[in-house]
Design a protein around this ligand. Sequence first.
Ligand code: NAD
Ligand code: UDP
Length: 313
Amino acid sequence: MPRTLITGGAGFLGSHLCDRFVAEGHDVVCVDNLVTGNPDNVAHLVGHPRFEFVRHDVSTFVYVAGDVDHVLHFASPASPIDYLRLPIQTLKVGSLGTHNALGLAKAKGARFLLASTSEVYGDPQVHPQPESYWGHVNPVGSRGVYDEAKRFAEAMTMAYHRSHGVDTRIVRIFNTYGPRMRLDDGRALPAFMGQALRGEPITVFGDGSQTRSFQYVDDLVEGIWRLLHSGETDPVNVGNPDEVSIKEFAEEVVALTGSSSTITYEPLPSDDPKVRQPDVTRAREVLGWAPTVGRAEGLRRTLDYFRERVEAA
Ligand code: NAD
Ligand code: UDP
């Protein structure tokens, strides 16, 4: 059976990947320093004969005994409040951490998959965003620590591919939501769900006209599974093209929860992208992939999880 190492495996997305790869029969090594992750996300896997958890900072040398067939590099703070709180760690895990993960893949002859992001497009001037768009990022803005770390990580991945022949994949992930997001991670969905369930005002930043395109986590996991097993070495967008304004999104969450919350408007953070929508032509053509969970259904599936978190808090 293949052995797959997942950095950031105790985080939101990484833990869903651990579940999928264990379910597919892989041996899974989850490497995480828990800086933004939570051991509860993989607690149900601990003790499974094909699952191993290693607490380690991948920005320092990564040693793993035995064969490794795949390295999935997901370690990185991902929510704006996390990477603004941890700017240096974010730059280090995107640069040094990616270098170490690539070095491990090279040493083991493993296939490598990088979790990149729609943030490589920055505040885009092309809409929707195809993979051919080079992006519009402010390198010295506060979000630059994340965006530039991921852009560097993509460049490093392609350099290992071209210079060392490492078999690499790059997934550009668009805003993804679902169970296991931290209630307090500051991203729009957890913030709005928490506020709506507590009956507090919903904090929309700016006038709420900025757009995002939210995908349910199961669709992303399927896209990553297909990309890993494809022959595609160029970046592939994986996201749900159903674009919505943040104000409308807040209203949807209020309606879904049956909350009496009203909307309040707060200042827009600097460099907040005005629009974001994936062009998923490549994923459709190369992976035969398309999202299957619409926002109404995805939000329903996520509501119970957040209700439990709010009640437990
Ligand atoms: P998350 O914060 O829940 O998970 C990240 C995990 O990485 C955490 O468990 C954290 O402890 C771990 N980590 C961070 N630095 C580390 C280090 N130096 N060594 C070891 N572990 C470390 O975030 P997420 O939403 O699950 O994001 C996972 C990956 O997907 C990130 O690389 C992120 O950039 C990317 N991504 C996520 C989204 C999204 O919408 N969720 C969108 C685009 C890209
Ligand atoms: N946002 C908001 N209120 C919040 C949290 C986020 O209006 O409490 C906005 C944020 O400014 C952005 C959008 O929602 O325009 C999505 O934010 P998120 O942090 O989820 O993702 P990202 O900005 O990284 O796409």
